[in-house]
Design a protein around this ligand. Sequence first.
Ligand code: ZN
Length: 256
Amino acid sequence: MRLGPGDSPSDARSWFAPPDQVPQPRRPELVARSEPSRISGWASARCDEIVGDLRGVLWRFVEGVAGPLYPGLGPAVAAAGRVTKWGPVLVGLNDGRGADVKIGLTGSEHLGLWLVLRTRLGQSDHGPRPGWCADLPVGPNGGFGAEGVREGARIISGIEAVKPSDVAPLLLAAPHPGAATRVLARVDVRRRAGVVAVDAGDGLWLRRLFFTLVFPAHSDKRGETFRVVCPVCGRRRLAQFRGFDVCSDCGWLHTP
Ligand SMILES: [Zn+2]
């Protein structure tokens, strides 16, 4: 709207500027986190804030399967486990980028054993299929056999009761504070990769995280291929560790 020259400033009020005397609507109180805020909160969160409360569960599972996955490694991992109760810290490889996928790493330089994980809010998402992702079935009851690890087992599962708050960041809606929440970890022995599922208290297993266990310590030799660009997602943020590379954007993994 174009105003004529005779208008005084007090009359020259735009239609779009609200009159001063009309009270502005107050911001509603945030009684519950709405889904968009949860998604933006997830994106801005560090990997540790999402998965950190499960690192003890994850590392106890690693301690249990290290031997079957990498024969001979079991005793060293068990000995290390007697020193630390909660396992190693969890490092987010793409923290601070606002990504809706979190790529994390936990492990021990001393052992040379690492767990690389990938998770996405409320989704069973293995992304662009980085080579290590193994998508194992998690049945309604988890499909457990007898307790213990059988000789020659192809798949090993672990289950643990956890606090609802420990798994809440992995779920679209936080479980009831009194819910009987559980975590299931399941690994394909041959591929050394697996899945973590969460029971929010209703007995239904939801895949929430994919992981692989790498043990490059026995080989200091780097592969002759030195990559700069991730062959899966095409981005250039490969995190390089002794003996392996991980794409910090999609979780693509390269071991010599
Ligand atoms: Zn990538």
